[in-house]
Design a protein around this ligand. Sequence first.
Ligand SMILES: *Cc1c(COP(=O)(O)O)cnc(C)c1O
Length: 238
Amino acid sequence: MDLRETLAANLMHVRALIANAVERAGRDLNEITLVAVSKTKPVEMVKLAYELGVRDFGENRVQEALTKVAQFRPSDVHWHMIGHIQTNKANRVAATFDYVQSVDSLHLAQMLARHAGEHGVRLPVLLEVNVAGEESKTGMSLAELSGLARQVVALPQLDVQGLMTVAPLVSDPEEVRPVFRALRLERDRLQKELPGTSWHHLSMGMTGDYSIAIEEGATIVRIGRAIFGERIYGGKHV
Ligand SMILES: *Cc1c(COP(=O)(O)O)cnc(C)c1O
């Protein structure tokens, strides 16, 4: 199969599993945004996915993303930043991305807000939560989320739309169901605590666990390998 056929088959499979999960959960397919995670993959693959109907793309490294966005930015495409952002890159991120899903500190939120203001945009963002409290991961802890959320929603240049999490790597995806459920409960709590913000979005679910994430309320799934294939970088899987 050539690349286009492989991508088409992969996308058809992913969309079918999304539809199945939506059905099981008694939800509506329109509630789910598929973000195709194109990190490490060439812009040619992004263009092919676009031709196959994908409109949302996710990247986790600023420099790599800037190159791709510069080469491919139709007006109906949304680029999502999903990786950790060093604050010295906040300016470029605010100027380039349509959504920033990985707001993991108040300082980063303040820097993004300042630069969004300079660019005259109100930047849609999600707060990244480290639900399982893993040392190796960035994201706000459950303990600090309320306090930080209150301060971030007070920044008028940011349009806070919900929460994002990266679940722990496990062999059986059922093991991460409690993580997704916990994120949804946090979202529900924030909706009551800070009702001036919609908190609509729950970005959770990747190649290994997106069906379960949808059953638990995901509105955004971020899928890389199941669409674009395994990532191989200098001989290593990343
Ligand atoms: C790489 C990445 C994904 C996609 O992971 P896959 O397992 O390839 O689907 C999703 N979210 C984040 C934050 C990532 O870095």
